[in-house]
Design a protein around this ligand. Structure first.
Ligand code: NDP
Ligand code: MG
Length: 387
């Protein structure tokens, strides 16, 4: 029996790499659902090649183009964000890969968990925004959540075979991004073109900016808390510019296990698909003749304020991480459209954290409202330059 996989966000960086994994193992995996937001041409191309049961285009304006292009094929065609929540519940779906970007991934992930579909989770914003709620839903519905983010996949791989052995510390590695050695004065003037050039990974625009600003690592700290049940003070971030060690776990006796490999997302994607087994893969291997040193540095939260803001949000809990996520999505979009500078992103997020009402025990509706209100506030702050 082939595993039927629904890929939410099949046209993105993670989505296209997931399709490469499926293509490499036609005997094991099949793309059952493919979805996109705007890139309808690529979605059409993927649908013709992988012949899924259904496709969804979130942007309803693109529905006719998609429908017309696939008219002679036995593929169901849907549009809109509600359809994303419906397709994942199809009885035939064995696993849902959440590879959409941002807050938009939350609702379909909840729908998939409620339908008892194992989740291969790339969309870290889901856990950042509503980690507690997602964990509770996963527990009640007995739905496994398998990490795809390379750091969390590394931790997950280090934990294999450890049973109840207790974790002293999770050590998340960070490449440091393209501005690792920049001063604050230099950071004030960096362009989006510079920020979009990540030294080790090729990813979607939003996460690439998050990596340059270290917000990505802040989000990953939150993600680690919810995935592995560790306290914030048990999660350490270490800058490791080579991106060869993908993360580590320090156990109660002080022993540290690490997972190493070339920076290639296809490995963690495939591991989430094949877990608990490992399958053959053709991805590049480490060549120890080329890899001469593995170095480590402390992260600098003065230059990269986002990391400090993320830790603060994690400590305060409640709807604070949701506020940080929404403000960050608006700030990153403004930076990508040349409306604010690189350092202003942290200023805007800090302002949103200071001004949004705090809710200690948010319900799902509170998250929805917090997200919408934070976006409105942040957009106003940016428009009026009051940060
Ligand atoms: P991309 O921007 O490359 O792709 C995002 C995908 O989501 C695209 O298919 C896009 O469609 C779709 N999408 C965007 N907005 C919406 C929406 N509102 N409704 C429905 N679909 C939408 O992102 P990445 O692949 O880089 O990242 C995806 C997720 O995985 C993010 O949460 C990221 O943090 C996480 N991640 C990514 C890694 C990477 O290496 N790229 C590593 C670890 C985690 P369209 O193409 O039509 O715009
Ligand atoms: Mg990562």
């Amino acid at each position: 029996m082939k595993k039927q996989i629904a890929i939410l966000g099949s046209t993105g960086s993670i989505g296209t790499q997931a399709l490469q994994v499926i293509e490499e193992h036609p005997d094991l995996y099949e793309a059952y659902v493919l979805t996109a937001n705007n890139r309808v041409e690529l979605l059409i191309e993927q649908a013709r090649k992988f012949q899924p049961e259904a496709v969804v285009i979130a942007n309803e304006k693109k529905y006719n183009q998609l429908k017309d292009a696939l008219t002679n094929l036995p593929i169901k065609v849907y549009a809109g964000s509600k359809a994303l929540c419906e397709v994942v519940t199809d009885q035939q779906v064995d696993m849902v890969l959440t590879a959409m970007v941002g807050y938009a991934g939350l609702q379909p992930t909840i729908a998939a968990i409620k339908a008892h579909k194992p989740i291969a989770l790339a969309n870290k914003e889901t856990l950042v925004v509503a980690g507690e709620l997602i964990n509770e839903l996963a527990r009640v519905n007995r739905t496994p959540i398998l990490p795809v983010d390379s750091e969390h996949s590394a931790v997950f791989q280090c934990l294999a075979g450890e049973g109840d052995n207790s974790i002293e510390k999770v050590i998340l590695t960070a490449s440091g991004g393209p501005f690792r050695t920049f001063t604050r004065e230099q950071l004030a003037h960096v362009t989006k073109e510079q920020a979009l050039k990540h030294p080790n990974w090729s990813m979607g625009a939003k996460i690439t900016i998050d990596s340059a600003s270290m917000m990505n690592k802040g989000f990953e700290v939150m993600e680690a808390k919810w995935l592995f049940g560790v306290k914030p003070e048990q999660i350490e971030v270490v800058v490791h510019p080579q991106s060869i060690i993908h993360s580590m776990v320090q156990f109660t006796d002080g022993a540290i296990k690490a997972q190493l490999g070339m920076p290639d997302m296809r490995l963690p994607i495939q591991y989430a698909f094949s877990y608990p087994e490992r399958k053959q893969a053709s991805f590049p291997r480490i060549d120890w003749r080329q890899c001469h040193e593995l170095t480590f540095e402390q992260p600098d939260v003065e230059r990269f304020r986002n990391l400090a803001l993320a830790y603060e949000a994690l400590h305060r809990g409640g709807n604070m991480p949701c506020i940080v996520n929404a403000a960050n999505e608006v700030a990153v979009d403004a930076f990508l459209h040349d409306r604010i500078g690189f350092l202003a992103m942290s200023e805007v997020i800090g302002q949103a954290m200071a001004h949004m009402p705090y809710i200690a025990k948010p319900s799902y509706e509170d998250y929805v409202q917090t997200d919408a209100e934070t976006r409105r506030l942040t957009s106003e702050l940016i428009a009026s330059h009051s940060f």
